[in-house]
Design a protein around this ligand. Structure first.
Ligand SMILES: Nc1ncnc2c1ncn2[C@@H]1O[C@H](COP(=O)(O)OP(=O)(O)OP(=O)(O)O)[C@@H](O)[C@H]1O
Length: 225
């Protein structure tokens, strides 16, 4: 699905990490952890083609990002649902309109009504459909962001610290939704600081791999980290 092959990334002259190799195999569930500032968000952006590696190769669905035109990258990205750390809603639109936005942008707005109600029920936000994003709680915002990420039925879901600002109960609820998606065959990459979340996933019998970005390298870690 997505492959990073000996990838490095620098902002300006400062190298953030190098020699990072990572494969998102179909149906896999991987956690990305590591200290603040290690470069987790940057690594996720490389995985969904938002940034281009300063060295090494990134392949999205078999195609080298360096050889893709901007439009081709945009097409590949339609198969990757991203849950951003700060959700990135349009506050003047309703929750339902925000969730439907990827379909609207893809010119498939007419399909939105088919899924929207079911999807909002699945994330427990059916009653909040008409509200504006600023009226939602932190946990509700993250669930709305997850609904928006999956409305276009991507094969891959990349979530950047989706439980960063929400309580444990809400974090577990969000994790459960991601586990359900994984059981449906979706490939998940989830960046988190929260080691309890990783332990919780192992209790839910998820075959998750834990990757730790630290000291400029990516390491495979155990859940007891
Ligand atoms: N656009 C940018 N220009 C310059 N430096 C940047 C840019 N974006 C991020 N950085 C720097 O790169 C480093 C890694 O940032 P990144 O957000 O990828 O780390 P992170 O591991 O996700 O951190 P956190 O866990 O705190 O979210 C940080 O020092 C950050 O300040």
């Amino acid at each position: 699905m997505i492959e990073l092959d000996r990838v490095a990334y620098s902002y300006g002259g400062a190298e953030l990490f190098s020699n990072v190799s990572l494969t998102l195999a179909p149906g896999s569930f991987q956690f990305l952890t590591g200290p603040s500032g290690a470069g987790k968000t940057t690594l996720l952006k490389l995985c969904y083609g938002e940034l281009v590696a300063t060295a090494g190769h990134v392949r999205l669905f078999g195609k080298n990002v360096r050889e893709l035109q901007r439009d081709d990258i945009a097409l590949s990205r339609r198969n990757i649902g991203v849950v951003h750390q700060d959700c990135q809603f349009l506050d003047h639109l309703s929750v339902a309109e925000n969730v439907a936005l990827p379909l609207t942008v893809a010119g498939r707005a007419d399909e939105a009504s088919e899924y929207l109600e079911d999807l909002l029920s699945w994330v427990g936000l059916r009653n909040q459909a008409g509200q504006r994003p600023p009226e939602l709680s932190g946990g509700e915002r993250q669930r709305a962001a997850l609904a928006r990420a999956v409305i276009i039925s991507p094969d891959v879901i990349i979530a950047d610290e989706p439980t960063g600002n929400i309580d444990w109960e809400m974090s577990q609820r969000l994790l459960k939704l991601l586990v359900e998606l994984n059981r449906m065959g979706k490939t998940i990459l989830l960046a988190t600081h929260d080691l309890n979340l990783i332990r919780q996933a192992s209790k839910m019998q998820v075959q998750a791999r834990v990757l730790r970005l630290m000291n400029q390298r990516l390491h495979v870690a155990g859940v007891d980290l």
